[in-house]
Design a binder for this molecule. Structure first.
Ligand SMILES: N[C@@H](CCC(=O)N[C@@H](CS)C(=O)NCC(=O)O)C(=O)O
Length: 214
């Protein structure tokens, strides 16, 4: 049974959702960034971190999601089969990791992007982050025109991956998701999913922690 180390509000929500969609037993362990619990498992101190029973460790959200897709083909979370469908899945996974996730860093941690400690300098970095996020959400919005899910067809791990970032944008952009109606529809579709509600309730501490029977 795999163990997922996650932090509340983090991108680890994506594999948490994927594990719940898959429905096989897993353990979910809440950790804090930089905590000794997390550093003992993953010296990078980051989530998501997935550990299999034999101790094998996998980090990097996109790699974890791809691993879960391959480990559980019966769950149908790949977003399509065939050479080009797999390439599209990798394309969107890379987009989320490198372009979308990265564009939030100046908003989350402006101090990492300027040596100027003034509030005005930090605020300027945050605003630059808003512009970056808006650019990436424009791309996501265009992809979702006439599509219920990012890869088309049915839901996939790529939708799970986008979900925490869509929540961040909703909360952090000055006008939330107002300019991205199709992204908002995707958000609402995923948020309405009972498995996703279970995961959100668990991460919020509203239901029991620990093992899931699936
Ligand atoms: N490239 C990594 C990034 C992981 C990452 O930065 N996760 C954040 C949470 S969304 C984190 O653990 N941050 C802790 C830190 O930067 O100290 C991935 O995609 O898994």
């Amino acid at each position: 049974m795999p163990t997922l180390y996650y932090a509340v509000g983090a991108c680890s929500l994506a594999p948490h959702i994927a594990l719940e969609w898959i429905g096989a037993p897993y353990e979910a362990v809440r950790v804090k960034y930089g905590s000794s619990d997390l550093l003992a498992v993953n010296p990078a101190g980051a989530v998501p971190t997935l550990q299999e029973n034999d101790g094998w460790l996998l980090t990097q959200c996109g790699a974890i999601l791809d691993y879960l897709v391959s480990k559980h083909p019966e769950a149908g979370l790949a977003g399509g089969e065939g050479l080009r469908a797999r390439a599209e899945a990798h394309r969107w996974s890379a987009f989320l990791t490198s372009d979308v996730h990265a564009s939030f860093w100046p908003i989350f941690m402006p101090g990492r992007y300027t040596s100027d400690k003034s509030a005005a300098a930090r605020q300027a970095v945050v605003e630059a982050g808003h512009t970056l996020v808006a650019k990436q959400f424009g791309i996501l919005e265009r992809q979702l025109v006439r599509r219920n899910y990012i890869l088309g067809g049915d839901r996939s791990v790529i939708d799970a991956y986008a979900f925490p970032m869509i929540r961040w944008a909703n909360k952090l952009l000055p006008t939330g998701l107002e300019d991205y109606p199709n992204v908002k529809l995707l958000h609402d579709r995923i948020a309405a999913d009972p498995a996703v509600q279970t995961v959100l309730a668990r991460e919020a501490g509203k239901i029991a922690h620990g093992m899931s029977a699936g």
